[in-house]
Design a protein around this ligand. Structure first.
Ligand code: NAD
Ligand code: DAU
Length: 361
């Protein structure tokens, strides 16, 4: 499946998580680069996501922390990457409300230490390689805060107004990357993307949680009135946008990425229930939408996100390939077809999280 002898090397952080693993798999499938994959394997990281690369000589997995400057420095010197693609983060808003410290440690300090190690490496490169080098920082639309119903979508010029500890930590990391470009000249790029779904997403997030609960006939817990709006994007479309930004993005720029696909949470869950009804006509849980249960709202819950992806479309010609319905059908099918992967993540830690957050159900 993979091609050997890739022309360049990328150091990818967080490549055992949801988006990172999708990005690594696609990069190796295309033979786009040799990959050095640095991931701490927190609860969200899973080597099973990378099983297809077990025999790939051009994928090197290293378990380690982005905050470990010595390790990162060694990997950079040894492998001489042309790019660093930075996915590693604590990524779940609800967890950031219970325990913000880990978010500051990884997203802020981790990014800071990573940047310091990368800057040192980059400083030592000869000028042509300095010019070619890229640091691509993967961020989120949540840094822009919350929109009212009639507000225009987030543009790259929208002022930052992060509302959760997660969003604040990501905003801080964006600022550190920006400052590193401005002060030291490191060739950085930042992307701010909307909500992703697809294979390998840890089932603490809305879509996989709802699919797995619905399959078991468990309640589908909707926060508040279910009318909060998110913009949804299938993960492979995000990864394709990232490859384009890495290859052709203008250094120092930010690119917003989104599916032009605003949905209320009730619409999302209603659609995935309808997909399950069709897939399992004999299920005793049919109609699955009957399982929807309204629960206490998330504190500080942002009401609406929407992305204006005009810049990446105009400059780089990117458009999502999947519609909401086609992408969601693929996501549902993937979880249905991968019970072993699901069993592997439904560990003690996951059950503890469900109990802490949703109570016994
Ligand atoms: P995820 O939680 O699934 O994966 C994060 C990965 O980072 C895990 O493999 C974890 O082990 C690793 N990691 C955590 N701390 C680390 C550390 N200190 N050192 C090395 N590795 C560490 O996250 P995701 O959903 O794949 O998100 C990836 C990135 O994309 C994040 O930066 C997130 O903010 C951003 N993002 C996510 C979405 C989304 O919808 N999921 C949307 C926009 C942006
Ligand atoms: O917008 C991009 C962001 O999307 C990423 O930066 C984050 O890493 C990612 O986790 C995601 O954040 P959200 O908070 O939007 O995603 P989550 O899946 O947690 O929730 C989506 C919506 O569904 C949100 O309005 C909260 C709601 N929700 C979520 C859960 C887990 C529920 O109603 N019930 C739930 O049980």
């Amino acid at each position: 499946m993979t091609r050997a002898g890739s022309p360049e090397t990328w150091l990818i952080t967080g490549g055992a998580g949801f988006i990172g693993s999708n990005f690594v798999l696609a990069a190796r499938e295309r033979g786009a680069a040799r990959v050095v994959n640095l991931d701490l394997l927190t609860y969200a990281g899973n080597l099973k996501n990378l099983a297809a690369l077990a025999d790939d000589p051009d994928h090197l997995f290293v378990r380690g922390d982005i905050a470990d400057r010595e390790l990162v420095g060694r990997l950079l010197q040894e492998h001489q990457p042309r790019a660093v693609v930075h996915f590693a983060a604590e990524s779940h808003v609800d967890r950031s409300i219970y325990g913000p410290q880990a978010f500051l440690e990884t997203n802020v300090m981790g990014t800071f230490h990573l940047l310091e190690a990368v800057r040192r490496y980059w400083d030592g490169l000869p000028p042509p390689r300095q010019q070619d080098f890229r640091f691509l920082h993967i961020s989120t639309d949540e840094v822009y805060g919350s929109l009212a119903p009639e507000d225009p979508a987030f543009a790259e010029t929208t002022p930052y107004a992060p509302n959760s500890p997660y969003a604040a930590s990501k905003a801080a990391s964006d600022h550190l990357v920006r400052a590193c470009r401005h002060t030291y000249g490191l060739p950085t790029l930042i992307t701010n993307c909307s909500n992703n779904h697809g294979p390998f997403q840890f089932p603490e997030k809305l879509i996989p949680l709802m699919i797995l609960n619905a399959l078991k006939g468990k309640p589908l817990p909707i926060y508040g009135d279910g009318l909060n709006v998110r913009d949804w994007l299938y993960v492979t479309d995000h990864c394709e946008a990232l490859r384009l930004v890495l290859a052709q993005g203008r250094v120092g720029e930010t690119y917003n990425i989104g599916g032009n696909c605003e949905k209320t949470n009730l619409e999302v869950v209603g659609t995935l229930c309808a997909i399950l009804d069709e897939l399992f006509p004999d299920s005793p849980h049919r109609p699955h939408a009957r399982l929807i249960t309204f629960i206490k709202d998330r504190p500080g819950h942002d009401r609406r996100y929407a992305i204006d992806a005009g810049k990446i479309s105009r400059e780089l010609g990117w458009q999502p390939r999947e519609s909401f319905e086609s992408g969601l059908s693929k996501t549902v099918r993937w979880y249905v077809d991968h019970p072993e992967w699901v069993a592997s993540v439904e560990s003690g830690e996951y059950r503890e999280w469900l109990e802490l957050h949703y109570g016994r159900g």
